[in-house]
Design a protein around this ligand. Sequence first.
Ligand code: B4P
Length: 257
Amino acid sequence: MQIGKVRGSTPFKCTIGQAQIAQLDRASRLQIGKVRGSTPFKCTKNFRPFCTVPKGLLNFNQQLYMLNLVLFGPPGAGKGTQSKNLIDKYGLIHLSTGDLLRGEIAEGTELGLEAKKLMDDGKLVPDAVVIGMISHKLDANKTAKGFIFDGFPRTVVQAEELDELLNSKGAPICCMIALEVNDNELEHRLLLRGKDSGRADDANPEVIRKRIKEYNDKTAPVADFYKGQNKFNSINGIGSVGEIFASICTIVDKYLK
Ligand code: B4P
């Protein structure tokens, strides 16, 4: 439990990672403030959404709270699939580095042409490229309620850079949710998708195995990074999309209480 203080308010109880919206009591004309998950607190007419404690309660415009999630897992674990559901339910901005890179490829940019060679070969794109893309997207979405980072960070360097970027904006990652799926199932899913996705990296079993190896070598250690910050949550990524989504929501909802 933390003590929060919004400018012009009395201190109030709150927890890290909760509190989204300042709900002033309209009936009593701005006298009682409540931030989701907090005890009601007294505030004045000058109440402004400016919080001195957990910085994660603010978005980049200094409004209250951002819910920033990392959706983690090997290729084909279902990050993209579950992100769609999460956006609908929580109104977050989806940042998928895979989608951003495929967008660059579709537009035929220089960056896209470079990335395509690596992606088709099952390799990761250089850190500086994806960090630059993410930084640009964060700046372009200053009023977001929060972000789902899908497929990013994929290396410890990316995780460190993301921390730096978000901390400088006062809105750190709330939690990482890792989808656990075994290699056989991953290969099966990606080959199935490859039949109609048109994605070269899904069509070839050898490339899929290389992507899984890249994940084990370079991406899996990112989990330890978030374990060290007490933000790591693991869930079983095998089952129906609905069941898995329900498990994810149970975790996300804890951060909203
Ligand atoms: P991504 O686009 O991130 O995608 P992915 O790892 O292939 O898949 P994802 O986990 O999102 O799976 P999905 O839900 O679609 O990466 C592609 C490439 O981009 C990387 O290899 C790399 O080269 C590059 N890249 C991206 N980000 C990078 C970064 N940060 N740094 C460096 N390089 C980067 O699910 C897969 C399939 O499974 C779908 O067909 C889906 O329908 C199915 N499925 C999902 N859930 C299921 C379930 N519960 N049961 C059965 N099937 C399911």
